[in-house]
Design a protein around this ligand. Structure first.
Ligand code: FES
Length: 204
């Protein structure tokens, strides 16, 4: 500790008193900040137990950082259109993955009269991936191919009532799989048409 020149033992110069007062003030400030932070943490925990946190949409179930809406939880615990289709049932198929998290989705469609008559999926991923896959298949079922191709991940998220920001990418899995399965159907249809045309020409 630096001592002012000329100050004897037991004496305190003005600079030392000023430094101690400053240290007291800094300590008090730090204590106040700590108390405020603890109060915020307690409030956040209470929000998490009681329901939605600040900024959570209606129906949100947990804390302010990572919340799932009731609709999303419903589609996670009771996903619609889960399953597979046999090769002779489906006329469009896709498997897509998200390289950032390793999740994967397989999707089968049966197109009849230009509409998605049946759709099934298997999702190997997080709750967000399963819920968005379920909702995307619900939105796509019965739609024309053009309508299904126009579906966006934002519409899937909106139908679920929202999704935590760090889970938004999960919805891309379903939309990408849906669009890829439709393209697969279209390519198969083109091949069939070309084959029919060749056979018809050969039969003439
Ligand atoms: S965390 Fe990757 S799909 Fe959900």
């Amino acid at each position: 500790m630096a001592v002012a020149a000329g100050v004897g033992a037991g004496e305190r110069c003005e600079a030392m008193n000023w430094r101690d007062r400053l240290a007291d003030k800094v300590e008090e400030l730090l204590r106040r900040r700590l108390r405020a932070r603890q109060a915020r943490q307690r409030a956040a925990s209470a929000d998490g137990r009681a329901g939605a946190g600040p900024g959570a949409p209606p129906g949100a179930m947990s804390g302010p950082v990572l919340y799932y809406t009731e609709t999303l939880i419903d589609h996670f615990v009771d996903p619609r259109n889960v399953g597979e289709m046999a090769a002779d049932e489906a006329n469009g198929y896709a498997v897509v993955g998200d390289p950032s998290c390793g999740d994967q989705m397989k999707l089968w469609i049966r197109v009849e009269d230009g509409r998605i008559a049946a759709i099934r999926f298997r999702s190997f991923g997080c709750p967000g991936a399963i819920a968005t896959s379920s909702m995307a298949t619900e939105l796509a079922r019965g739609k024309t191919l053009a309508e299904a191709l126009a579906l966006t991940d934002d519409e899937v998220i909106e139908a679920l009532g929202g999704i935590p920001e760090n889970k938004r990418h999960c919805s891309l899995l379903a939309i990408n799989a849906l669009h890829a399965a439709i393209r697969d159907y279209q390519q198969r249809a083109e091949v069939r048409e070309a084959t029919d045309a060749v056979q018809a020409a050969a039969g003439r």
